[in-house]
Design a protein around this ligand. Structure first.
Ligand SMILES: [Zn+2]
Length: 165
């Protein structure tokens, strides 16, 4: 991921973690999801001024909805708040690399930047699997910054799945 590292440096994201706050909120959502028995993934949508428009954790079990991933719920709430299906100047923070469904939704929502925590080699669709944003059928790709708050995100997931064994 040489390209990604270069991008991070360009954006000034290395060093003092200036963007830690929205990812901390996403982590809090992930912890709350774990407490509900859901896979601990959290997502936050912020506008161009850094204001939080929406935050959510996974609710697939609670809602009996296979599409109720944190990213989808946060995008829906942010779009409702904005009164628009397009979130042009908004950024999404999520604790885990998005799956194909969520990558599709992020693209359709025209999200400006995607920040994610832990990579997901088994179910991710950004750096793994279909690499959704790199496909010719993907008409809007956000800027992608991976590995933000990665350790906390992956520790949470590991603890959750270890406890279920
Ligand atoms: Zn997803």
């Amino acid at each position: 991921m040489v390209g990604m590292t270069a991008k991070l440096a360009d954006a000034g994201l290395s060093g003092k973690r200036p963007f830690s706050s929205p990812m901390d909120s996403a982590l809090a959502e992930a912890r709350a999801a774990a407490a509900r028995g859901e896979v601990p993934v959290g997502a936050v949508v912020v506008d161009s001024k850094g204001r939080v428009l929406a935050k959510a954790g996974n609710r697939t079990l609670e809602l009996r909805d296979p599409t109720a991933h944190a990213e989808i719920l946060a995008l829906r709430e942010a779009a409702a708040m904005r009164g628009s299906e397009r979130l042009l100047d908004c950024d999404l923070y999520v604790t885990l690399e998005p799956c194909a469904m969520c990558a599709g939704a992020i693209s359709f929502a025209r999200i400006r930047r995607l920040y994610f925590g832990a990579a997901d080699p088994k179910g991710g669709a950004v750096e793994h699997g279909p690499r959704f944003f790199g496909q010719s059928t993907c008409h809007h790709a956000p800027e992608v910054y991976g590995g933000i708050g990665e350790t906390a995100s992956s520790d949470l997931l590991k603890a959750f799945f270890a406890a279920r064994r």
